[in-house]
Design a protein around this ligand. Structure first.
Ligand SMILES: [Zn+2]
Length: 369
């Protein structure tokens, strides 16, 4: 179904509610307060259910991104469609014009939609890792060029933009983002305080199945420990950008989508909410080939996820919500740790670890060439 058909099909509140109920309550109506299944009384002429166990009322929207919202669901659906279709992102001001709602309503809806886009993905296969700074560098002549001064700024507090601190490299106030992407596959992103061996390694361990993966990065020193965990190939950007199959072009292509989006659509972003925007970019990228089902998938995610907003506010700090260690990640990290020990043992039986790596790299370089 295309955008037009969906908008036409779900043009009233009750049709939308029916749709949400069919997705959320596939296995029966459950009470979101106490979890009891199929023990309810439906109030006549409404979408309100009464739980006969805990004596509380509920609707299908309780505990979802649609809870406590006065925005009619057809408009919600329309805004979701716009966001899913916008390859480079879409600003709240454009959403507010297109959906004919207030700016604040559009902003809040968009934030909740981004909350539902937060995913926990396990990567495997050939993976490229890289890091970047987002936030734009000040134009040299910014004092004379007012139109550009705020483009793509990312600020701790958007009301206090500090252009002088927006320099490149160390000491920058720009946001540090690390990413890993499967070739022809999915991407994960993390907003980081620092790029270090520890933070990068944590990202690898929590999100990559190291037994089934090969990782390519540039020569940055915080990737040094990767080779203890996974087959790790380094492309030396000082010398060359591609060496056969060893390159990081996929992730660099992805960075350019993110940067163009942030620059073109959002202008001023608050660093606090940046993780939500990153979740949005990753979500769309990860579904770039599934044109037909993406809307239904999204709605299913949106109603099945735990509550992520309470009374218009995220339940936790956006960074915590996107960076928290999930049960799945914990399990994977433990498995990877275990695999690392076995890996070191296997290698030590052959030769001291470092020599083996050198040989492996040379051999592969020849192969690739
Ligand atoms: Zn109940």
């Amino acid at each position: 179904m295309g955008t037009f058909s969906i908008i036409n099909k779900y043009d009233t509140q009750s049709k939308c509610i029916e749709y949400l109920e069919s997705l959320r309550w596939k296995n029966g109506v459950f009470c979101p307060h106490c979890g009891v299944l199929d023990h309810y009384t439906k109030r006549k002429q409404t979408n309100i259910y009464h739980c006969n166990d805990c004596n509380q009322d509920f609707s299908v929207m309780v505990g979802t991104i649609f809870e406590h919202s006065r925005l009619p669901l057809p408009k919600w659906f329309f805004i979701i469609m716009l966001m899913l279709e916008a390859k480079k992102g879409i600003s709240s001001s454009q959403l507010c014009r297109n959906a004919e709602v207030s700016y604040k309503t559009a902003w809040l809806a968009a934030m909740r939609i981004r909350c539902a886009m937060i995913e926990d993905i396990e990567l495997s296969g050939t993976i490229e890792g890289d890091e970047t700074y987002v936030g734009g560098k000040p134009k040299k002549n910014y004092l004379n060029d007012n139109s550009n001064t705020q483009l793509s700024q990312i600020a701790e507090d958007p009301t206090k933009l500090n252009i002088s601190n927006n320099k490149r490299g160390r000491g920058t106030s720009k946001a540090k983002i690390a990413g890993m992407v499967e070739r022809k596959g999915r991407v994960i992103l993390k907003l980081m305080d620092t790029f270090s061996t520890a933070t990068m390694l944590a990202m690898l361990k929590r999100n990559v199945d190291t037994t089934k993966s090969t990782v390519m990065t540039d020569e940055a020193k915080f990737y040094n420990k990767f080779e203890d965990y996974v087959d790790h190939f380094v492309i030396k950007h000082k010398e060359e950008y591609v060496n056969g199959k060893i390159h990081t072009n996929t992730i660099e292509g992805f960075w350019s989508i993110v940067k163009a989006g942030i620059k073109g659509q959002y202008r001023v972003l608050s660093k606090k909410y940046l993780p939500f925007y990153l979740a949005e970019f990753a979500y769309r990228y990860n579904r770039r080939d599934e044109h037909k089902l993406i809307f239904e998938d999204f709605i299913e995610d949106a109603v099945s996820e735990e509550k992520c907003m309470i009374y218009y506010k995220p339940i936790a700090d956006p960074r915590e919500m996107t960076n928290k260690l999930t049960t799945q990640q914990k399990k994977l990290a433990e498995k990877n740790e275990h695999n690392m020990e076995g890996r070191i043992l296997r290698l030590q039986k052959l030769e001291p670890v470092k020599k083996v790596y050198k040989k492996r790299t040379k051999k592969n370089k020849k192969k690739a060439a």
